[in-house]
Design a protein around this ligand. Structure first.
Ligand SMILES: NC(=O)c1ccc[n+]([C@@H]2O[C@H](COP(=O)([O-])OP(=O)(O)OC[C@H]3O[C@@H](n4cnc5c(N)ncnc54)[C@H](OP(=O)(O)O)[C@@H]3O)[C@@H](O)[C@H]2O)c1
Length: 253
């Protein structure tokens, strides 16, 4: 058996939503492991800031992309192959939430949340799966959430979308296993990013959240990025169709 290594030299990874938060940290770790990385986000300004912070030189490409739009997703992967000539991994990191339940939600709001979280992940994963199938090797990792398994008041549609991502992970893992492609997900609890800032920056909510986490703190982006790196590396070559809970033990109690 080959010597185990997290080194990803010359491998090419697309990280959606890599301009800030968890995605930025994932891009940083992949670059540290010598991979070539493509990040995307909707706003050019965010991508420029991330580009300066990551300082990846010729191993980094930023492509403004709305992942809910099929044409834009096709272009993202075309530009990846144009620049780097291959695709070894995809991290489906984009996610957004608008606080809502389901029963009283307007259908337009339902569509918007499903479009970005579930349809966007599907559009990227299907494209990557088709490309990786040709080369008989690849890694697809999606970011789910504890909201996929726990019905929470302000995360109704978001939770439905994330549950869909976990099922899609299992379905795609089955479809792509014959091509040596591993498809997995990680499901974080609360992480200190802009996404959840209204919650963790509120002292009262912060205290309540921490009380429910056995490890006694709210996650930092790196706490999620490390398990993602594991799932992008050869260390996880015999793991597929799984969702790894990254929640400080919250779901274990
Ligand atoms: N933070 C948490 O507490 C937490 C907990 C559980 C799971 N998660 C999941 O972790 C993932 C990352 O979250 P985060 O906290 O890092 O979020 P974040 O700080 O809000 O970052 C989101 C990233 O996605 C990009 N993005 C948003 N909508 C997009 C779209 N339609 N097309 C392309 N890019 C888009 C953003 O850039 P632009 O704004 O420029 O598009 C940004 O780069 C998400 O899937 C989220 O659901 C987060």
């Amino acid at each position: 058996m080959a010597k185990l290594s997290f080194n990803l030299e010359d491998q090419v990874f697309v990280v959606t939503g890599g301009s800030r938060g968890i995605g930025l940290e994932i891009a940083r770790l992949l670059l540290e492991q010598a991979a070539r990385v493509v990040i995307c986000g909707r706003k050019e300004e965010g991508l420029e800031t991330a580009g300066r912070e990551l300082d990846g030189g010729s191993r980094l490409l930023a492509v403004p992309t709305h992942i809910g739009k099929s044409d834009a997703v096709d272009r993202l992967f075309e530009m990846t192959v144009e620049k780097f000539g291959a695709l070894d991994g995809l991290v489906n990191n984009v996610g957004m939430n608008i606080a809502t339940g389901v029963v009283d939600a307007d259908p337009g709001l339902w569509q918007k949340i499903i479009d970005t979280n579930l349809n966007g992940t599907y559009l990227c994963a299907r494209k990557a799966g088709q490309m990786m199938r040709e080369q008989k090797k690849g890694k697809i990792v999606s970011i789910s959430s504890i909201a996929a398994r726990r019905a929470a008041p302000f995360m109704g549609i978001y939770g439905v979308a994330k549950a869909g991502i976990e099922m899609m992970t299992r379905v795609m893992a089955q479809e792509l296993a014959p091509f040596n492609i591993q498809v997995n997900a990680v499901a974080p609890g609360m992480v200190k990013t802009k996404f959840s800032q209204p919650f963790w920056s509120n002292a009262e909510i912060h205290e309540q959240v921490v009380k429910a986490i056995p490890l006694g703190r709210i996650a930092e982006p790196a706490d999620v990025a490390w398990p993602v790196l594991f799932l992008c590396s050869q260390a996880s070559d015999f793991i597929t169709g799984q969702t790894l809970m990254v929640d400080g033990g919250a779901s274990a109690v």
